[in-house]
Design a protein around this ligand. Structure first.
Ligand code: ATP
Ligand code: MG
Length: 454
């Protein structure tokens, strides 16, 4: 902890002397000023706390207080006044004074007040430092990927982060980075120093989810023996991340919609409309449009959420992102496991680039983690990814062409048919098996004039 610097501002030399003498005993560094102009100049030297006389020859204390706070909101100010009135005290506190003390004062009491005040700033600094280290893992460049899709996602996130509120809907298969995107968005925004609150809508039964989200009043239901603030209220100024929104029951969907439209809500069992300022980020790996069509999800809520949709494409549709992710995870597991893996052999990388990654980036991360734990040498090799080759669909880098040649179209058709049959004609799943996207499957269904057996 650094030695705190205290500035004593008073036009009376005796008061300056008694305070500085006493505070030096406590080990602080002391500066003095006898008027406002001098005080402001000395503040620029970096002052932690100011003991400020209310009556100065060239200005009144509140004006100086305001100027000190403007220059550095972290500077603590204790106002000393001989004309104690409630009004002055209120005025001083309103402008950010930490405390005020009446003249004549007891120097020991002032010393105690100073000690307490400095503890507060120290804590505040520590909290901020912690927040900064927490936020750093979620800077924009944490989203790895050179594909156009990922570059676009980063740009979009940056733009939305800079804008004040707007609700965001993140969609994408499991493991594509929805959680990550939500955190990046929060920490890149002006809301970063405020809370990021996260709830998984499918994890709780309806009644509990409602009270978690909106809070409840005392006696709202059996067991509600005290009032409780909900997540939305606690996140004021920050972000609420509603994960698996597709799983939210219709009754709650209605309440959420009301909140999004009116920015107000009621605690469970409460009558008052409470107002907060939060950004809602919703995420789902379901196709919400389908959910709407099937009547599981309110259409109006869907449209309200879908103002700013961000789609995270599956990894198999952006294979060019694989090498970057592989190196990113090699680096981070080197640090975590204190390993010195230098890289990955070309053949192994080829395998990873061709693998369809049904579990997307999460699966890739796990594969690298496992390989790094098993790796014997300083390079990852194909054998380190045996689980992938074992579950191999058709990962062989090389299919030997029979001497008599083959019918390529026929082979392709047969594979597409097998994939469709195995997945009961679920085109998305079939696409995953084939390592292509759904449009490419659709295209082939038409090309080969395949028909779903009835
Ligand atoms: N583009 C990316 N760059 C770096 N890491 C990523 C990227 N996308 C995802 N990840 C990482 O992959 C893992 C899974 O991502 P995340 O938890 O965000 O997925 P999700 O879309 O929320 O999945 P689910 O639907 O299962 O909740 C996390 O460890 C995340 O940090
Ligand atoms: Mg998630």
């Amino acid at each position: 902890m650094h030695t705190a610097t205290i500035l004593v501002v008073d036009d009376e030399a005796l008061i300056r002397w008694s305070l500085t003498t006493r505070l030096k005993e406590d080990g602080y560094r002391l500066l003095e000023a006898e008027n406002a102009a001098d005080a402001l100049a000395r503040c620029r030297e970096g002052v932690d706390l100011v003991l400020l006389d209310y009556r100065l020859p060239d200005a009144d204390g509140v004006t100086v207080l305001k100027q000190i706070k403007e220059a550095d909101p972290d500077t603590l100010v204790i106002l000393l006044t001989a004309y104690a009135s409630v009004d002055t005290a209120v005025e001083a506190m309103k402008h950010g004074a930490y405390h005020y003390a009446n003249k004549p004062f007891n120097v020991d009491e002032i010393a105690l007040l100073v000690e307490k005040a400095l503890e507060t700033t120290q804590l505040r600094r520590e909290v901020r430092a912690l927040r900064a280290t927490q936020a750093r893992p979620y800077s924009l460049d944490r989203i790895v990927g050179v594909s156009a899709a990922m570059a676009g996602t980063r740009a979009l996130l940056q733009k939305i982060a800079a804008s004040p509120a707007s609700t965001v809907l993140l969609t994408g298969e499991s493991g594509t980075g929805k959680d990550l995107a939500a955190k990046v968005l929060h920490y890149a925004s002006a809301r970063a120093s405020r809370p990021f609150m996260n709830i998984t809508c499918s994890a709780l039964p309806e009644a509990l989810l409602e009270s978690e989200l909106f809070g409840h009043e005392r006696g709202a239901f059996t067991g509600a023996d005290r009032q409780k603030r909900g997540l939305i209220e606690s996140a004021d100024g920050g972000t609420v991340f509603l994960d698996e929104i597709g799983e939210m029951v219709p009754a709650l969907q209605a309440k959420l919609l009301r909140f999004l439209e009116e920015k107000t809500f009621k605690r469970v069992g409460g009558a008052a409309d409470l107002k907060v300022d939060v950004r809602v980020i919703a995420a789902t790996n379901r196709n919400l449009q389908d959910e709407v069509r099937q009547g599981h999800f309110r259409e109006d809520l869907y449209y309200r959420l879908n103002v700013l949709p961000i789609v995270l494409p599956p990894l198999r549709e952006r294979r060019e992102d694989v090498p970057g992710l592989v190196h990113f995870y090699i680096d981070s597991y080197n640090t975590e496991f204190k390993k010195r893996v230098r890289g990955i052999e070309a053949e192994a990388m080829l395998l990873l680039e061709r693998y369809p990654w049904p579990g997307n980036v999460r699966e890739l991360r796990n594969a690298i983690e496992r390989a790094m734990l098993l790796a014997e040498g300083d390079t990852l090799v194909r054998a380190d990814f045996q689980t992938l080759t074992a579950s191999a669909l058709h990962l062989t880098d090389r299919v030997d062409l029979p001497a008599a040649g083959i019918d390529l179209e026929q082979l392709e058709r047969s594979l597409v048919v097998q994939a469709l049959e195995r997945t009961a004609w679920n085109q998305t799943k079939a696409a995953a098996l084939l390592g292509v996207n759904r449009d490419q499957v659709r295209y082939r269904i038409e090309k080969f004039q395949l028909e779903k057996p009835s």
